[in-house]
Design a protein around this ligand. Structure first.
Ligand code: HEC
Ligand code: HEC
Ligand code: HEC
Ligand code: HEC
Length: 496
């Protein structure tokens, strides 16, 4: 009798544990469909070197860049002095997701560092022409001017939304799913509009290893975006009463605990500072930068490096290489084991996606996976999209995926009907939507326009071959069953 209850409670316990694990897994995957980088690495370990198709150039992994911090040459033209002082003294106190460590410099040392940085900077950065009314304070603007300004700002908000800047950049802690960009919650108090314009236009001209894409914005879009970022409350600190248009962020709001804490640290540093030799402020600054090894993370003019940084080749030979480096596809996508884990792996996309679909998607991305993981609109031109499609079709392919064999299958109503029944019976609907259904897997409404027939079959036979950690169960479908579902999915296309 006692043995029986014991067995029963064991079963009950096992049931709870299993359902807990499964339930738990589902929620994890529900908000992160991208493979965990660790899993990818493990997988590579166990499977050995992958046989990738040889590309005509070397892929640069943006996560293995030689310098993780921006170049400091012109930082004094980018950020205002008060901001820089606060930043160097305690990065996380300024930007919540700062990566730079706190290096325990006291105020004098920071002055010296800034003096050195000022000494290496260009005289000035190129300035933009701004309409004079935009330089006025809100009180000085006429109603008409205020309205014009307001229109620019709301236009900028729309550009920001389409560009999905928020995927990489959190704003006051919200967003930033990709995990690479700084929080922009107080950016309008750090940078000036001239710098901002140039940065968004051409991030690499300021920081050559930047992970940020160069969007193809035209001048109008850029100006709207700048206006939005410089003025909207989202980009100013909360305690700022900001009665003025800009530059109102100079306030010193350091809370008391902060002050006490840094006072303690300063005492520690007093002793250390004696090793820093006298000399001009600039010379001291240089010496402090060397001692604190700022150059490990930053390119800084005039500071000798332990290991020389490889000079990058100027011009990519291959047009697609240029596009990859410009749009920084690898910040989000993974190709042949290099790059991020936020977006679908592109290594075999040529054997998966239809050419026409890729081309229109790159130019104007559609929403396929509705879980806040959408591809931004970069304003890629038709020629650029064409270049990408050609390359993807030639190099991002796998011999395992039987494209040719399925190229011209003809479906009968009967086969489609059989496939539809199987689709319902197997519960595909719980994860996929065709007019209605779940959102764990991609939307299949127009899957016939999107996927190669052969890929659909190949995927159904074993969903884990391409994606080892996919949550889709392997239904061990027979060839007939898989073929029937393939017929059904091919028939899911936009009505012409
Ligand atoms: C371990 C790497 C690391 C070290 C060492 C380091 N930094 Fe940084 N620094 C960063 C990173 C990363 C950023 C970019 C912002 C962030 O933290 O996400 C940054 C940002 C900055 C910025 C702002 C740059 C901009 O364009 O906004 C300044 C100024 C700066 N660092 C100065 C220094 C100085 C001075 C030292 C040495 C005393 C130093 N850093 C040492 C990693 C580092
Ligand atoms: C693929 C990710 C990504 C996207 C998308 C992206 N950025 Fe960035 N951005 C970055 C990264 C990363 C940095 C920091 C520099 C670096 O490490 O490359 C940055 C830096 C910046 C900075 C400077 C911040 C500072 O404190 O120095 C601004 C401003 C900015 N981005 C604005 C934008 C805007 C506006 C958009 C949308 C049009 C956008 N970004 C889209 C990745 C991204
Ligand atoms: C800011 C991150 C980001 C960048 C940068 C980016 N993508 Fe994407 N991309 C995504 C996301 C997220 C998806 C998934 C979209 C969806 O499911 O709705 C996607 C989807 C795709 C797809 C369809 C994949 C599939 O199987 O559904 C292709 C092809 C693609 N991107 C190519 C590119 C190329 C080429 C570049 C560079 C020119 C690029 N992407 C840059 C985020 C990005
Ligand atoms: C437990 C959830 C789940 C179930 C059940 C499921 N799938 Fe999926 N399916 C996924 C996920 C997740 C992906 C791949 C996600 C990605 O590419 O981002 C996927 C991918 C696919 C793809 C490739 C889609 C594309 O656009 O890349 C097809 C086709 C597909 N599933 C069909 C089916 C069919 C048919 C069934 C039923 C026999 C089924 N799935 C059942 C979760 C599921």
């Amino acid at each position: 009798m006692r043995k029986k209850t014991f067995v029963i409670s064991c079963f009950a316990l096992a049931y709870f544990i299993i359902s807990y694990i499964f339930g738990f897994n589902m929620t994890i995957f529900a908000d992160s469909l991208a493979p965990d980088p660790l899993l990818l690495e493990l997988e590579e370990l166990y499977r050995g070197e992958k046989q990738y198709k040889q590309l005509p150039f070397e892929l640069e992994d943006p996560y293995k860049r030689p310098k993780n911090g921006p170049a400091l040459k012109n930082v004094i033209h980018k950020a205002n002095r008060e901001w820089l002082k606060k930043w160097i003294s305690n990065p996380k106190g300024v930007v919540p997701n700062a990566k730079m460590p706190r290096l325990m410099l006291n105020d004098d040392e920071i002055e010296a560092v800034l003096a050195y940085l000022a000494s290496i900077a260009d005289k000035e950065l190129p300035e933009q022409e701004w309409d004079s009314y935009l330089m006025k304070s809100y009180e000085e603007m006429s109603d008409e001017e205020y309205e014009k300004m307001d229109e620019l700002v709301s236009g900028g908000k729309a550009v920001w939304g389409r560009a999905r800047c928020n995927l990489c950049h959190p704003v006051k802690g919200r967003g930033g799913a990709v995990g690479v960009g700084p929080d922009l919650g107080t950016i309008s108090e750090k940078v000036n509009r001239d710098w901002l314009y140039l940065w968004i236009k051409e991030p690499k001209s300021y920081f050559r290893y930047s992970q940020m894409p160069r969007y193809r914005f035209d001048d109008k879009e850029l100006r709207k975006l700048v206006e939005f970022i410089m003025r909207d409350w989202d980009f100013k600190s909360e305690e700022d009463d900001g009665d003025d248009g800009e530059g109102s962020g100079e306030e010193e709001t350091v809370d008391k605990d902060e002050v006490n804490e840094s006072a303690v640290i300063e005492e520690d540093i007093e002793g250390q500072s004696s090793i820093i030799p006298d000399g001009t402020l600039v010379e001291r600054g240089k010496r402090i930068i060397e001692l604190k090894r700022c150059f490990l993370c930053h390119e800084i003019e005039g500071i000798s490096e332990l290991l020389p940084v490889n000079e990058k080749e100027d011009k990519p030979k291959e047009a697609f290489e240029g596009l990859l480096n410009d749009i920084m596809c690898l910040t989000c996508h993974n190709i042949q084991g290099k790059g991020g884990a936020f977006a679908p792996v592109l290594t075999h996309e040529g054997s998966k996606l239809k050419e026409t679909w890729i081309k229109s998607f790159l130019q104007s991305p559609d929403i396929i996976r509705p879980l806040l993981k959408q591809m931004p609109r970069f304003n890629i031109s038709s020629e650029e999209a064409e270049t990408a499609v050609k390359f993807i079709e030639e190099y991002f392919v796998s011999d395992e995926i039987p494209i040719a064999k399925f190229a011209d299958v003809e479906s009968t109503e009967e086969e489609i009907g059989k496939g539809r029944e199987l689709y319902d019976a197997k519960g595909c609907r719980s994860c996929h939507a065709i007019s209605s259904g779940g959102v764990v897997g991609p939307n299949l409404q127009r899957v016939g326009d999107r996927l190669e027939n052969g890929f659909i079959f190949y995927h159904l036979k074993d969903p884990h071959r391409e994606m080892p950690d996919a949550v889709e169960p392997n239904y061990n479908l027979t060839d007939e069953e898989a073929m029937a579902i393939t017929h059904f999915l091919i028939s899911c296309r936009s009505k012409k």
